[in-house]
Ligand binder design. Structure first.
Ligand code: SF4
Ligand code: SF4
Length: 283
């Protein structure tokens, strides 16, 4: 039996990806099991999904995956060090990124530019963010079930109906663009990021104070807001920011990137044209 952990953020299609991959393995003749684990029920919150597959016998293990043979990071933000530590020696880490993953450990690393593929195929979330999940599945199938691309396409079509075609193209591209990395001398061990220092008390307009102070949600972001000249400092965005990451200080808006998770709500609620825009955080 093989065990997989899929990680990402709410709204990135992590659970859907695990179900489609389970269907793919089932179509290829494997016994499968797939189920998710939700923490906070909100977009942008960490989400895990588990997948087990076995060529020979039904899967009787019922608890969540605690150690895995394969870790698939659906999100374009790096996987947490805790997730990487769950990989068994010799396991496989598959990341959604265009550039090299500059770390080493007792595991193999492969990467696929899933978000780039999604953007090219116009597979976007309601907020306009690329949904790289199916492209990442294409890469996973190439690594784990090399003759299984047809099964993946069937599973995508069965699940997505009329929306399937761009995702089928994304699966094929992900399969084709998957790159296996070799360790090089400059690679470093993958350590947990240092926690930022505690932030000072916030002036008016902060919301969600308690949660935001405890969770350094800035590490989640793959995009970040940029304030532009047309901003009239009305403060509406700060009222809606779910992390309390925006505030008005001395007649200007400030954004605390230790806590901004890149959800884009500030851009969506801003009533002023060209006052705020989302830009990608460099990988
Ligand atoms: S970004 Fe928009 S909502 Fe926020 S303060 Fe500026 S004008 Fe107001
Ligand atoms: S993107 Fe905007 S609304 Fe979302 S957390 Fe960052 S500052 Fe707040």
């Amino acid at each position: 039996m093989q065990e997989m952990l899929l990680t990402g953020r709410g709204g990135e299609g992590v659970v859907l990806a695990s179900q489609i991959l389970a269907d793919t393995f089932a179509r290829a003749g494997y016994w499968v099991q797939s189920f998710p684990e939700f923490k906070a029920e909100r977009r942008g919150a960490p989400i895990s999904a588990f997948l087990r597959w076995d060529a020979d016998e039904p899967i009787r293990r019922r608890y969540k995956v605690r150690e895995c043979d394969v870790l698939v990071a659906i999100s374009a933000s790096p996987p947490s060090a805790r997730s990487v530590a769950m990989l068994r020696p010799g396991g496989l880490l598959l990341v959604n990124r265009e550039t090299r993953f500059p770390h080493r450990g007792d595991y193999r690393v492969a990467r696929v530019p899933g978000s780039q593929v999604a953007r090219r195929n116009r597979i976007l979330s309601a907020e306009g963010r690329p949904m790289g999940n199916v492209a990442v599945l294409g890469a996973a199938v190439r690594l784990l079930l090399p003759d299984g691309l047809d099964f993946l396409e069937e599973a995508v079509r069965a699940r997505m109906g009329t929306l399937a075609e761009p995702n089928v193209l994304a699966a094929r591209e992900g399969y084709r663009l998957c790159t296996t990395q070799h360790t090089i001398g400059s690679d470093t061990p993958y350590e947990p990021a240092e926690a930022p220092p505690p932030r000072p008390p916030l002036p008016p307009f902060a919301v969600s104070l308690t949660d935001s102070r405890v969770n350094h949600t800035g590490a989640w972001s793959v995009e970040r807001p940029v304030l532009l000249e047309a901003c009239n400092v009305c403060g509406l965005c700060a009222l809606f920011c779910p992390e309390g990451a925006m505030r008005r200080v001395n007649g200007a808006m400030e954004i605390d990137f230790d806590y901004c998770k890149g959800c884009g709500i500030c851009e969506a609620v801003c009533p002023v044209r060209n006052a705020i825009a989302m830009e990608e955080v460099p990988a």
